[in-house]
Design a protein around this ligand. Structure first.
Ligand code: NIG
Ligand code: FE
Length: 404
């Protein structure tokens, strides 16, 4: 058991809802006990019971909860720089996908890579995120598309947690694309690979949630629903890539299954936001994909706000639609492209990112009982984290998890 630690001399962005903008405490102090936060408050209100414990003066630095990237495709082989050139030459993401490029080209490279190679490639991107204060990362399968290769991706994801001081949360995304061997047989692919593979991966404790890509270049709402039925039977939460390129009513399907989140949502109809909001699912916004695909249709941010939907922000780090391993850049893009406020962007990678992963109560706030996983920053104000592009303002992590 670690020694209790009293942090003083810090400005705290607690991200509590009930505590004003960013839940800021200017002359803050915090007590860490074991691997949890025991007390948070102002330096002149430290309870006497904590006198005498070890003190670390943070000399004016800003402290936030460790950041959360709640939507990534971090594990993959190869890259798609050539497709980037093609898109700049006028080809659309859908055209490239239909011509056998896109996700399927990453599938070829991922299948060809060894597990150790996939670990090494993913580590580079993970280290980029860690260097920007990220301590919780969601990682999806979806570039294997056979039972063995999908399971291998999730095994790689779990291995990353053992070699870096981060929490990894996995999602089963076999319903990401139709592999060439199942061309025009999407239903057979769901029956023969997605569903049995999910059962096997779950039995090996590799799956924390179940995702899908509901889109006209991927799977219909009816096909995704069959995967969700299996997920529900297995007691696994669901989430969905919904309304990224067209309105398939995927967000409403996700809502009906009590999803943790629906992600992308550019084509979500404003009329559907009220019904979506009633489910309590998080809207995960992915401005990196919006930027990369030169999308012009904005997610219905105003309606999401009006209906009180919690909005998260994530990198969507992947080789095709969002080649970005910078959570701070994603926050900046959320502000500039989606007109989110810097406070909403920071909520999106703390409190709401935690909710999107089913980790509310553990991560995303500086509050008693939450994980003592903290990012300490070389900036004065939390808005700075969304403002600047390039260079990492991370001063250091304070992590109480046992080191791998
Ligand atoms: O979130 N939309 C589907 N999946 C990814 C793209 C993956 C890829 O192009 O490789 C996304 O944007
Ligand atoms: Fe994605």
């Amino acid at each position: 058991m670690k020694q209790d630690l009293l942090l003083t001399g810090c400005r705290l962005a607690t991200m509590r809802r009930d505590a004003g903008a960013y839940g800021l405490i200017d002359d803050g102090a915090m007590v860490l006990r074991g691997d949890c936060i025991a007390w948070v408050g102002s330096v002149d209100a430290i309870p006497p019971e904590y006198s005498g414990i070890e003190v670390e003066n943070l000399r004016g630095h800003l402290v936030t909860p460790t950041l959360i990237d709640c939507h990534t495709h971090l594990v993959f082989g190869g890259n798609r720089a050539r497709e980037f050139e093609m898109r700049l030459g006028g080809a659309s993401y859908e055209e490239i996908a239909r011509a056998g490029g896109g996700i399927v080209s990453t599938v070829k490279a991922t299948r060809a890579a060894s597990e150790d190679e996939l670990v090494a490639l993913a580590l580079r991107r993970l280290d980029d995120l860690i260097g920007e204060g990220v301590g919780v990362v969601e990682i999806k399968s979806g570039y294997g598309l056979t039972i063995e290769d999908e399971i291998r991706m999730l095994r790689v994801a779990r291995r990353l947690e053992a070699i870096r001081p981060v929490k990894i949360v996995t999602s089963w995304l076999a319903a990401h694309a139709i592999p060439p061997e199942f061309k025009d047989r999407a239903d057979a692919y769901i029956d023969e690979i997605v569903i049995p593979g999910l059962k096997q991966a779950a039995s090996e404790d590799l799956v924390d949630a179940v995702d899908g890509f509901c889109e006209n270049i991927a799977f219909s709402a009816a096909q995704i629903e069959r995967v969700f039925v299996t997920a529900t039977k297995l007691g696994l939460p669901v989430k969905l890539h919904a309304e990224q390129l067209s309105d398939q009513k995927g967000a409403l399907l996700a809502a009906r299954y009590g999803a943790l989140s629906a992600d992308h949502l550019e084509y979500l109809d404003e009329q559907d936001v009220e019904q979506f909001s009633a489910s309590g699912a998080v809207a995960v916004l992915l401005p990196g994909a919006f930027y990369t695909l030169k999308e012009t249709k904005l997610p219905p941010i105003g309606a999401l706000r009006r209906h009180g939907v919690d909005m998260a922000v994530a990198t969507d780090c992947n080789p095709g639609s969002s080649p970005i391993s910078s959570i701070l850049t994603a926050m900046n893009m959320a502000c500039t492209e989606f007109s989110m406020t810097p406070e909403e962007a920071l909520q999106g990678v703390t409190r709401n990112g935690a909710k999107a992963l089913g980790l509310s109560g553990e991560y995303g706030l500086l509050a008693p009982g939450f994980a003592a996983e903290l990012a300490v920053w070389n900036v004065d104000h939390p808005a700075d984290l969304s403002y600047w592009i390039g260079g990492s303002p991370l001063h250091k992590f304070i992590s109480r998890k046992s080191k791998p």
